[in-house]
Design a binder for this molecule. Structure first.
Ligand SMILES: *Cc1c(COP(=O)(O)O)cnc(C)c1O
Length: 360
């Protein structure tokens, strides 16, 4: 039995999108591949609210996180972490021998603009990273306030992990001045896992020229060079299947549902889930910083989340436990991609019924 996915990635994929994944193969050096690439990039620019070039990588999002921090940091990076995925960025950076400082917030709390200001004002850094939407804690960072601080440091590059938010929450890359913005296909965009996407400024690429060892497969400069010089092609064979599916799904997002409608559906789902969480338990993330694509429920009643997962599993749903150390202390309800409000409400009812059985 297929379990309906309410985990924060991979998400359920619409059958039409799966069908587009199965489009007959084309040569990756053909004009058709160039056209496909161009089409996907132009649509992604709209989703990212950017005019910056778009790079695709046939890796999951972690690939571009590693590639961007490695190929663009010439001096020292400061990684602001609000949870497991922030910590991951620091691990990726350190393991590539990039001088890195890790600045952690207490889990459940955001990165504040004051923190960013304090570190950037030292002049020690040429790169800083922010997690837009931290999937381990369901904290959404105050991107506009951080952007205001960032504007004071035009020479410092801003790298953003928007893996679990892009396509579900509005993030205006150009308006905020984000140099590299990264997402994966299997979260709010609603595709299978296997490809990641980023936008990158020419300023960031220019800066990267100072970095001697940028790696190769995930070197942003090399990816860009191919997109630029051999217009819209890639150094190695990309997942053309994902590109067919992206082209299809982006048409749906932009022209059928509409971006603004998509954002408001996500917000509505978040409000419903937060209210449900507060009624039965509590929300985990600090007020004012709660994610619009998933909700961490604080397990205030001390139920067995493991048992709950088994029970809802029998009813055809997949529930996510807390991440890492937060297992059993929290559980996570994803409300992203193409999930409808009706599907979410049905799921919350099932959860409620099974929780009631657990307690008796
Ligand atoms: C899922 C996720 C990642 C990792 O992305 P992959 O595509 O699994 O490599 C990174 N950051 C955040 C916030 C995520 O939710």
């Amino acid at each position: 039995m297929h379990k309906k996915l309410f985990i924060p990635g991979p998400v359920d994929v619409r059958p039409e999108v799966l069908k587009a994944m199965g489009t007959p193969m084309i040569g990756h050096r053909t004009k058709d591949a160039t056209e496909l690439q161009k089409s996907v990039s132009q649509k992604l620019q709209k989703v990212f609210h950017t005019e910056n070039p778009i790079l695709l990588s046939t890796t999951s999002g972690t690939g571009l996180m590693e590639g961007s921090i490695r190929s663009l940091t010439a001096k020292r990076a400061v990684v602001f972490s609000v949870g497991a995925f922030g910590d991951r960025w620091a691990e990726l950076s350190e393991s590539n021998n990039v001088p890195t400082d890790l600045v952690r917030s207490e889990w459940g709390q955001p990165t504040t603009p004051e923190m960013v200001d304090k570190y950037l004002s030292t002049g020690k850094y040429d790169v800083f990273t922010i997690t837009h939407n931290e999937t381990s804690t369901s904290v959404m960072n105050p991107m506009e306030a951080i952007a205001e601080v960032k504007a004071k440091y035009p020479d410092v590059l801003w790298l953003v992990d928007s893996v679990s938010a892009m396509g579900g929450a509005k993030l205006e890359v150009d308006k905020l001045g984000i140099d590299v913005c990264i997402t994966s296909t299997q979260k709010a965009l609603g595709l299978p896992p296997g490809m990641s996407i980023c936008s990158v400024t020419t300023k960031a690429l220019k800066h990267g020229e100072q970095v001697k060892y940028r790696g190769s497969y995930l070197d942003l400069l090399q990816l860009y060079e191919y997109v630029e010089k051999k217009p819209y092609q890639y150094p190695s064979t990309p997942s053309l299947s994902h590109m067919f599916a992206l082209d299809y799904q982006l048409n749906y997002i932009l022209n059928e549902e509409g971006l603004e409608n998509r954002y408001s559906r996500h917000l509505k789902m978040a409000e419903i889930t937060r209210a449900w969480a507060k009624k039965h338990f509590d929300t985990f993330a600090a007020e004012g910083y709660q994610s619009v694509t998933l909700t961490n429920v604080a397990n205030t009643k001390g139920i067995s989340v493991k048992d709950l997962i088994a029970r809802v599993g029998e009813r055809g749903y997949l529930l996510a436990n807390g991440y890492g150390d937060m297992k059993e202390k929290t559980f996570r309800i994803a409300h992203m991609a193409d999930t409808t409000i009706e599907e979410l409400q049905e799921y919350l009812m099932v959860l409620e019924e099974e929780i009631a059985k657990l307690k008796s």
